[in-house]
Design a protein around this ligand. Structure first.
Ligand SMILES: Cc1ncc(COP(=O)(O)O)c(C=O)c1O
Length: 368
C-alpha cells in the first residue's frame, strides 16, 4: 500500500547534476568525462543520474562492480561503461559480451579476463600509492608486457586513483603523479598506446596537470565540494519529511526515549515520521536541527527508529507541513556536510546511506 503522505523522501535534482557535470567538464576541457555512478550513484539512483550525466556531456560511466555496469546496460544505457572492482567469482564473460571495459590489477585477473572469451577492453591499474587494488610498481612491467602480448585483450587505458587530492597541498599527490608517469613510460616501452585516467573530483578542480585523457569525478557531480576552495556546485539531494502530529505540552515534560530533554517552557512539539531506519542518525540526537516553517528548529530528545520530535516553541505548524532534514543549504537548512561534520565523517557517507527501502525517491528535472 502506498501512502501519499510525505513520510521520508529524497528529492534528486537532475538539473543540479547536469549543472555540476557541465562545470566539471568545463574545468577539464581537453578530457573526456567519466561520471562515477557506483553505489547507486552515491545514493542518488544510478540510472537517472547516468542519463543526466550523459545529457550533460559524460562519455563514460564508472561503476564499482560489473553487476552495477550490467544493470545500466540492461536498462538501455549505451555509453561506454567501466567497472573496476570485482570479486574473484565474477563472470567476466557477461561483461565482455555487454561491452563493459574492465579494470585489471594483476596477472591473475588478466588471465581470467582473457579466458572469458571474446576480446576484452581492459584498463590496467597501477597502484601509485593508495595501496588498495592496483598493480604494485614492482610487478607493473610484467603485467603490461603480458597484456601487450595477449591477443584476447585490448589495452584501452592505464589508470590509478589518488589518496589525498582533497588536500591540495598534500605531497602524496605529486608522488602518485610521478609514479603514474613512470608507469605510462613502461606501458609505452611495451608497445602500448593507452589512454590515461587519474583525476577524481578534487583533482578535476585543483590539478589540471593530472586531467589526462579522461577524468573520473564522483562527489562533485552530486554537488558536494571536496576541496577547500568555494566552487559553484549545487547539492542534488534534499531529504524531506512532513509534520504528522502537532501538540502543545506544558513546561517540565520530557521527550522521547531516555527523557534526555525536558521542555523548559510550554511549547509546541511536531512529530516527524522519519527516524534512524530512514537515515536520520540516532547519534545526532540533541544536536540537530530541521528546517520547518521557514526556519531552523531543534530536534527535541532522541531520534527514534521511525520518528523524531521537533521543538517548535510558539510556532504552530500544520499537519503536512514540509520538514527538510538536509538540503542544499541555500535557505539556511542543514546540509549533508553539516551532518557529516557533526558525525565525524564525510558527506559521501551521508548521501550514499540514503539508499533505503523506506525512503522514497523523487526526481526533479527528468527529461527521459
Ligand atoms: C576509482 C575511483 N575513481 C573515481 C572516484 C570518484 O571520486 P570522487 O567522488 O572523490 O570524485 C572514485 C570514488 O571513490 C573511485 O573509487
Amino acid at each position: 500500500m502506498t501512502s501519499s503522505f510525505l513520510r521520508a523522501q529524497v528529492d534528486i535534482d537532475l538539473d543540479a547534476i547536469r549543472h555540476n557535470l557541465t562545470l566539471l567538464g568545463a574545468r577539464a576541457p581537453g578530457s573526456e568525462v567519466m561520471a562515477v555512478v557506483k553505489a547507486d550513484a552515491y545514493g542518488h539512483g544510478a540510472l537517472p543520474v547516468a542519463r543526466a550525466a550523459v545529457e550533460a556531456g559524460a562519455s563514460w560511466l564508472g561503476t564499482c562492480s560489473l553487476a552495477e555496469a550490467l544493470a545500466l546496460r540492461e536498462a538501455g544505457i549505451t555509453t561506454r561503461l567501466f567497472s573496476w572492482l570485482d570479486t574473484p567469482d565474477v563472470d567476466f564473460a557477461a561483461g565482455i559480451a555487454a561491452d563493459v571495459d574492465l579494470g585489471i590489477s594483476s596477472l591473475g585477473e588478466l588471465a581470467r579476463v582473457a579466458a572469458a572469451g571474446g576480446r576484452a577492453r581492459v584498463h590496467l591499474k597501477i597502484d601509485t600509492g593508495l595501496s588498495r587494488n592496483g598493480c604494485p610498481p614492482a610487478a607493473w612491467a610484467e603485467l603490461v608486457e603480458a597484456a601487450a602480448a595477449e591477443p584476447r585483450v585490448e589495452v584501452v587505458a592505464i589508470w590509478s586513483h589518488l589518496a589525498c587530492a582533497d588536500e591540495p597541498d598534500h605531497p602524496a599527490t605529486d608522488l602518485q603523479a610521478k609514479r603514474f608517469a613512470e608507469a605510462y613510460d613502461v606501458a609505452r616501452a611495451a608497445g602500448l598506446d593507452p589512454k590515461r585516467h587519474l583525476a577524481n573530483s578534487a583533482a578535476v578542480l585543483t590539478r589540471p596537470d593530472l586531467h589526462f585523457d579522461v577524468v573520473r569525478p564522483g562527489i562533485a557531480m552530486y554537488g558536494l565540494n571536496p576541496v577547500p576552495q568555494a566552487e559553484d556546485l549545487r547539492p542534488a539531494m534534499t531529504f524531506r519529511s512532513a509534520v504528522a502530529l502537532v501538540k502543545r505540552v506544558e513546561a517540565g515534560e520530557s521527550v522521547s526515549y531516555g527523557h534526555t530533554w525536558t521542555t523548559p517552557r510550554d511549547t509546541t512539539l511536531a512529530l516527524v515520521p522519519a527516524g534512524y531506519a530512514d537515515g536520520v542518525p540516532r547519534s545526532l540526537s540533541g544536536r540537530m536541527d530541521v528546517w520547518l516553517g521557514g526556519q531552523r528548529r531543534p530536534v527535541a530528545g532522541r531520534v527514534c527508529m521511525d520518528q523524531l520530535v521537533v521543538d517548535c516553541g510558539d510556532h504552530e505548524p500544520a499537519v503536512g507541513d514540509e520538514v527538510v532534514l538536509f538540503g542544499a543549504g541555500t535557505h539556511g537548512e542543514p546540509t549533508a556536510r553539516e551532518w557529516a561534520d557533526k558525525l565525524g565523517t564525510i558527506d559521501y557517507e551521508i548521501v550514499t546511506s540514503m539508499y533505503r527501502p523506506r525512503v522514497r525517491r523523487r526526481y526533479l528535472g527528468e527529461r527521459s
